[in-house]
Design a protein around this ligand. Structure first.
Ligand code: V47
Length: 409
């Protein structure tokens, strides 16, 4: 009788005044095998209706997003995000064997958020020759990479032909490697400089070997914030339009959000809702990566660094709001391997890859290592109690020996 009564009440999550009584009821429900809202003690009552929606697999609203960003009840948010993560991926955690290549740091944009971009006249600026790019791609560890992640500054002189030649040369030398290249910002800049359409730029890059696009440059879509952190970059609307065009050509891409600077909870919720709306339309996003702002060596270096709490929260809220984007990445370079491990219990199902040589975050003060070996990534994931799966860029499982790999299609 009592048990039946408790089970009926389970969906309503009554407020418990007596902790002992709550634990007793919880124990009975566990014996019954119920997974319900009574398993979790919610400190912030504003999260109750959100939990109900999450359990019923209903879409969360913009207001829910603001509430999730504002609350400090991180365990409840994490519980919900983990529920969704495990519904989608079980315990599987993806990683890849990749290499970053940044052909140039010369950039006309001078974004305040960035420590990587340099003016052409800066003695510290560099631009690789094509031969250097191709040579650099083959350097590093013997493990066969499955992806080159290629991004750089907005160089005022490098032409679309130069970039196409770079891609063709990479495909010729490394035919099996997926080329994930150029942010929406670089694509839009090439179109503007060449006085041609974004579509034409994307078609030419694709025909030269570009397989997909990374998620960078989205920052925060809100104009008020963009005017301060990246005033010379394309607008949020132009970023979305460029991604829409890429997806319409059958190209997949990732997407990002830069947090931890001058944005607020509303700006973040708005950013996620806009990404979700585009994904409803195109289905072209593969992975979302929340990026923590690193202030060192930028004009915004007075802004304090993000905390582990904020980093974890952004992963969890992203998993809850982006119900149509399959993967959420805890980019270990940006959040440290330690926090990335925790993130695997708070909504993330991916930790990125070996990377080998990272410049954008290290120029901005990152203290993580430049790269990790495949075995170290496996260990990180296993020690977090998750099941590692090596993937290619499009999440097909990879089997490998030390120097060769096979993608299971
Ligand atoms: O576009 C620049 C951001 C992005 C800083 O698609 C900064 O798989 C923090 O997009 N502090 C590049 N962030 C990184 C990126 C990325 C990384 C890993 C995987 C993928 C993917 C994409 O980093 C830039 C910009 O949004 N950024 N400067 C800074 N000081």
């Amino acid at each position: 009788m009592e048990i039946q009564h408790l089970a009926e009440d389970a969906g309503q999550a009554p407020p418990f005044s007596d902790n002992h009584e709550r634990l007793r009821q919880h124990a009975i429900l566990c014996i019954l095998g119920c997974r319900c809202s009574m398993e979790i003690v919610i400190d912030d009552p504003r999260l109750r209706p959100i939990l109900e929606k999450v359990e019923a697999a209903q879409r969360l609203s913009y207001d829910d997003g603001v509430t999730l960003f504002e609350t400090s009840d991180i365990l409840s948010v994490g519980y919900m995000a983990n529920l969704v993560r495990e519904r989608l991926h079980g315990s599987i955690t993806y990683f890849n064997v990749n290499r970053h290549i940044n052909p140039t740091d010369v950039c006309v944009a001078s974004c305040r958020l960035c420590a990587f971009g340099k003016r052409a006249k800066d003695p510290k600026a560099y631009t690789m020759s094509l031969e250097e790019v191709w040579h650099r791609a083959g350097e590093g560890w013997s493990e066969a990479v499955t992806e080159f992640h290629i991004v750089g500054g907005l160089h005022p002189e490098l032409t679309l032909d130069w970039y196409c030649e770079m891609l063709r040369g990479l495909k010729y030398r490394f035919p099996q490697v997926h080329l994930k290249a150029f942010t929406m910002v670089e694509v839009a800049y090439l179109a503007q400089r060449g006085k041609i359409s974004v579509r034409e730029v994307l078609e030419r890059l694709r025909d030269a070997g570009m397989d997909s696009l990374p998620g960078g440059g989205a920052e925060i879509f809100c104009d008020r914030v963009r005017r301060i952190i990246c005033d010379h970059k394309i607008t949020g609307e132009q970023w979305i339009e460029t991604a829409r065009t890429a997806h319409s050509l059958g190209l997949h891409s990732n997407c990002t959000m830069l947090y931890g600077h001058i944005e607020n909870a509303e700006d973040r919720a708005d950013h996620l809702v806009k990404l979700r709306a585009l994904q409803d339309e195109t289905g072209g996003f593969v992975t979302f990566i929340p990026l923590a702002f690193h202030p060192d060596n930028t004009p915004l270096q007075h802004i304090p660094k993000t905390t582990g709490f904020t980093d974890i929260k952004n992963i969890a809220v992203a998993r809850l709001m982006l119900d149509n984007i399959p993967h959420i990445k805890a980019y270990w370079i940006m959040m440290t391997p330690r926090i990335a491990q925790i993130a695997l219990r708070f909504g993330a199902d991916d930790i990125d890859g070996t990377v080998v040589e990272e410049k954008i975050y290290h120029d901005a003060g990152a203290t993580t290592s430049q790269g990790l070996r495949r075995g170290e990534l496996l260990q990180l994931i296993r020690k977090a109690g998750r099941e590692p799966v090596e993937r290619d860029t499009l999440y097909r499982p990879v089997t490998r020996t030390e120097t060769a790999f096979t993608v299971l299609v």
